[in-house]
Design a protein around this ligand. Structure first.
Ligand code: FEO
Ligand code: CA
Ligand code: CA
Ligand code: CA
Length: 609
């Protein structure tokens, strides 16, 4: 049974009519000019002058799959580029299926659970920066009886399985591979400045961060740097003193006494909150890395706020300021944007543009308008340092809209259209967020116990990314029309042929097409019947059409996306295959499942991005 009813109760904003009007008027006027108050689409916002509709990518949509493999459409091929444990230097050792590596081998190898990534080029070389978000403890420590670290080397290995990998890759005879021993190869175990809240025993001055971990989605800047976003940093902290009473701030950020299984505090007191209560304040940031300079020191950009950062979508607004859109992936948390104080200079130094500026949080009205509220000492009653460190609390004070877990934000390079994947939220209209904020259903989060997710889309007023007001709609409300015939069936662009749940990674390609990756339930039963494994879909935001392009192996998430410079290769991340013990991807047989980056190409050598 297919129900194609439109379940969004609001009158949809007709983005495309507005876009068409804006474009025809712009073309008529022949330049970047301000339109009337209702015309908010302008290619000028990103300095481009291209047509607004996405170019189609021709392929036959795939059926849902439960195969323990990657499937791509006819006319496309895929290969593994790098998988967890692959050595990046010739002094490293090949992955050991029994021990699954040691501290020493893992420090010289690609980390586990790859997530956000971006390709950089320098002097003809392809340099891939990739997040290794976390480790699948049951697999990573599968040589231990309970799948948990038991000694200092296991913890060393766990830390090395995290962080960021920078590695050169090259294409030989049509196959991409890692360039071992490249001068660019690097594992980041690098170092908020000075404020009393971030001074710790490991760094009494509070000026070095001493590492990064749980880097989820990513960003990239026009000046050639990579942004790694620290997400679930709370899970690595615990207390050796069961009676330790954490602060209200700890509660808001989910920092608890009980160890979650990483056992880092077992060998490193930095992670013992009863001994070093300020240590967690040094995590939850966006880290800026220059992948083309192996000697550069990564920097935590505290002005972008501290929360469970998903990704960081960077755009240069028409007025030259840099805007970074960011989601805080937790039930009932918020959507943010940062506007730099200084302007981007195409021919100058931009290295500290993310050092100073203002962070704003989104407040959506039910009438499909919204505003960005500045988090400042005047609006929050908090100091600038407190806003940077306890950003969630600042946002609650200004009445931001609680969201259904904001995952990636993506900005269309061809028009001032921005989307955010709201992955799901079982707590919607069930209980408040950790700060006590109400989570009743609201405009962009319209369903109680939202188990499927939606993608909210907005256009900044005036077509300029620095605007303080916007208009929004839901590009898609995900659901299952084979099971439900109410709001949980989804919006009209969800059909039996393209159903999925829990949109997470999203990215527009250079042609203005929206790629959607999922991190959802893969039971293929009940509410999730007929959806199969996690997958990647391609959407045309002008028409609303969504087609399934790729399906992933068993118990894997599809996350992370970037392209080769010539746009003939699409790189995609496959994360946590077999997280519940039911996959042998990618090597098959009885092998240990390993997260990996794959390369997808068209068999005719054409463009794919
Ligand atoms: Fe690491 Fe919110 O996904
Ligand atoms: Ca994610
Ligand atoms: Ca997710
Ligand atoms: Ca996942």
């Amino acid at each position: 049974m297919t129900s194609n009813t439109q379940h969004d109760e609001q009158t949809p904003v007709d983005f495309d009519t507005l876009a068409d009007n804006a474009f025809s008027r712009r073309q008529f006027l022949g330049g970047c000019v301000a339109f009337g108050a209702t015309s908010f689409v302008s290619a000028c916002a990103t300095g481009t002058n291209k047509a607004q509709a996405a170019s189609p990518l021709v392929f036959s949509a795939l059926p849902a799959s439960t195969a323990d493999n990657v499937v791509v459409p006819e006319g496309f091929s895929w290969q593994v580029v790098a998988k967890w444990g692959d050595p990046l230097w010739s002094k490293g050792v090949e992955f050991d299926q029994n021990s699954r590596g040691t501290g020493a081998s893992q420090e010289l190898a690609f980390g586990d659970n790859n997530d956000g990534m971006a390709m950089f080029t320098k002097e003809g070389k392809h340099i891939l920066a990739v997040n290794n978000e976390y480790v699948n403890r049951g697999i990573f420590h599968g040589n231990r009886a309970d799948g948990k670290p038991i000694n200092a080397d296991d913890v060393r290995k766990s830390k090395a399985g995290h962080g960021v990998t920078v590695m050169e890759v090259t294409e030989k005879y049509g196959q991409w591979e890692v360039v071992k021993d490249s001068a660019y190869n690097r594992r980041i175990t690098a170092p908020v400045r000075g404020h009393a809240l971030v001074k710790t025993a490991a760094n009494p001055k509070g000026d070095m961060a001493n590492g990064t971990f749980n880097n989820c989605g990513n960003g990239e800047t026009p000046w050639g740097t990579y942004l790694a976003c620290e997400e679930n940093f709370n899970g690595y902290f615990s207390s050796s003193d069961d009676t330790y009473k954490g602060s209200a701030e700890f509660k808001r950020y989910g920092i608890k006494n009980k160890d979650r299984g990483y056992r880092w505090a077992m060998t490193d007191e930095r992670f013992d909150i009863s001994k070093n209560p300020n240590e967690p304040n040094r995590f939850g940031y966006i880290v800026e890395i220059d992948p083309t300079d192996p000697t550069s020191t990564p920097k935590k950009r505290t002005a972008l706020g501290r929360f469970k950062h998903e990704n960081a979508e960077v755009v240069v607004a028409a007025d030259g300021h840099v805007v970074v859109y960011m989601g805080d992936d937790e039930r009932g948390e918020f959507l943010y944007k940062f506007i730099s104080k200084n302007k981007y200079n195409k021919f100058g130094r931009n290295t500290d543009l993310l050092e100073s500026g203002t962070i704003y949080v989104a407040k959506f009205s039910d009438k499909q308008t919204g505003e960005w509220i500045a988090l400042t000492p005047a609006t929050t009653g908090m100091s600038e340092a407190e806003i940077a460190i306890h950003t969630r609390i600042a946002a609650s004070k200004v009445g931001a809209t609680t969201m259904d877990r904001p995952e990636w934000v993506a900005a269309n390079p061809l028009k001032a259209e921005v989307c955010c994947a709201l992955t799901n939220n079982k707590n919607r209209a069930v209980k408040p967020n950790a700060g006590g904020d109400d989570t009743a259903v609201n405009g962009p989060n319209p369903r109680k116990k939202n188990n499927y997710g939606q993608i909210v889309r907005w256009m900044e007023d005036g077509g300029i990314h620095t605007a303080k007001t916007f208009k929004w709609d839901l590009f898609v409300t995900v659901g299952n029309p084979t099971v439900h015939n109410d709001a949980y069936a989804g919006s009209s662009n969800i059909t039996e042929a393209n159903i999925f749940n829990s949109p997470d990674g999203i990215k527009f390609d250079s042609q203005g097409r929206l790629w959607i990756q999922t991190d959802g339930k893969y039971s293929n039963k009940g509410d999730y019947a007929n959806m199969g494994n996690n997958q990647m879909l391609l959407a045309d935001t002008s028409t609303g059409e969504i087609k399934r392009f790729m399906t992933g192996p068993n118990e894997a998430e599809v996350t992370g996306i970037t392209w080769s410079k010539d746009k003939k290769t699409l790189f995609v991340g496959i994360q946590h295959p077999g997280e519940k013990g039911n996959s042998h991807w990618p090597d098959g047989g009885s092998s240990v499942p390993r997260s990996a980056i794959i390369a997808i190409r068209r068999n005719d050598g054409g463009l794919i991005g």
